[in-house]
Design a protein around this ligand. Structure first.
Ligand code: ZN
Length: 374
């Protein structure tokens, strides 16, 4: 992973690089980022940069002996630890991250922005409770106390220290009195779930969410998604690149067109048209249904914001902005607020697995009455 593969976050990157240049790298750091916001990629890019023998343009070179291994996640001095479950016939107490390394390298190659749930799906463990166990902690101490193999530095990247139970306290000595040139990076998503003893001994590096334009640039460059669509997805993804990637894979539909059709059909309230539209939505997967209603929420929240501030400085594409401008003559603030409440309820109902057709029929009639009201 290169720093340049992670959009934005320039302040975090330059601080990390400065620490390397000035040889002032903290021995234990916590990279704190929300899910899908680049904590693990940042740790991978940092590890490659630290190991690289030929750093160029503020990044690892990708070509030296160290880079060839670190970029494939097979560098013998970069150790990984992450939550796992029992492996094959092994007892859970005997299983460690090492048993899952091939799977780990696969998912890092495919998508290092992955969520915990996606990792568990990848190792067929979605119904198990993963953790980082005692044997893992003992192995880490052993690995980091050994001589390094190929570099003068040793690095441990632990993804999700939230899954360390109290056995995490076994690592305290390592964190407090590390061997020379040993660096520990804990990549966390939730500060409240990290052992206080560990948290207080590490330097905290807060990694901000992605900006919408960083997400849309990424989608345009890496996923070849058209610009207006990429912007729409980025606005929906709330700073989470992984969520944006999932939305872009799931949907073939333009949600803004769908939303406008729904409002138009609601206004006319022709039962035949309503039923056709409802069948279309009912045929979509649950995730896509949710994405649609969340899109509606996003649109109407921006619509309300625009209405209140009388400004066009909102998170909408030009096409959406045009729609919003046209809509203002029919939908006022109180109607928009009522629609937001209804959409919120719809998302909750989908999560509760209610009958979507019945819900949509009633919601469509309600919205129709609402819009027609003078
Ligand atoms: Zn290199």
């Amino acid at each position: 992973m290169f720093f340049k593969d992670i959009a934005g976050k320039s302040e975090v990157k330059s601080n990390l690089k400065r620490n390397v240049e000035k040889n002032r790298i903290p021995h234990a750091q916590i990279f704190l980022a929300r899910e899908g916001c680049g904590g693990l990629p940042m740790a991978l890019a940092f590890a490659s940069y630290l190991m690289c023998e030929n750093k160029t343009d503020g990044d690892s070179c990708g070509e030296c002996n160290q880079c060839i291994k670190s970029h494939k996640f097979v560098h013998p001095d970069i150790h990984f630890s992450f939550p796992v479950v029992k492996f094959g016939d092994k007892k859970r107490a005997e299983t460690t991250s090492d048993d899952f390394l091939p799977k780990w390298r696969e998912i890092l190659t495919d998508n290092p922005f992955m969520s915990t749930r996606e990792w568990l799906l990848h190792i067929n463990a979605e119904n198990n409770l993963p953790n980082i166990n005692v044997k893992e902690c003992n192995d880490i101490m052993h690995k980091l106390n050994m001589m390094s193999y190929e570099s003068e530095n040793k690095i441990l990247i632990m993804w999700l220290p939230e899954y360390l139970g109290s056995e995490g306290n076994r690592l305290l000595k390592l964190i407090e009195e590390p061997t020379d040139n040993t660096y520990i990076i804990l990549v966390a998503e939730n500060q409240d779930h990290i052992l206080q003893t560990i948290l207080s001994r590490c330097q905290l590096v807060k990694i901000p969410n992605f900006e919408p334009h960083e997400i849309s640039d990424y989608l345009i460059r890496h996923q070849q998604i058209p610009a207006h669509k990429a912007q729409q997805i980025a606005n929906l993804a709330d700073g989470n690149l992984n969520q944006a990637l999932n939305i872009s894979k799931n949907e073939a539909t333009d949600y803004s067109d769908m939303l406008i059709s729904w409002l138009r059909i609601s206004y006319k309230s022709d039962p035949v048209e309503i039923n056709k539209w409802i069948s279309g939505i009912a045929d979509m997967g649950k995730d896509e249904q949710k994405n649609f209603f969340e899109y509606g929420l996003h649109f109407f929240r921006q619509f309300i914001y625009k209405n209140l501030t009388k400004s066009n400085d909102v998170n909408l594409t030009q096409k959406e902005l045009d729609t919003a401008n046209k809509m203002e003559s029919i939908i006022d603030l109180s109607k928009a607020e009522a629609i937001v409440a209804l959409l919120n309820e719809a998302v909750e109902n989908i999560n509760r697995n209610i009958n979507i057709k019945i819900m949509l029929f009633s919601d469509t009639l309600t919205i129709g009455e609402l819009i027609r009201k003078k």
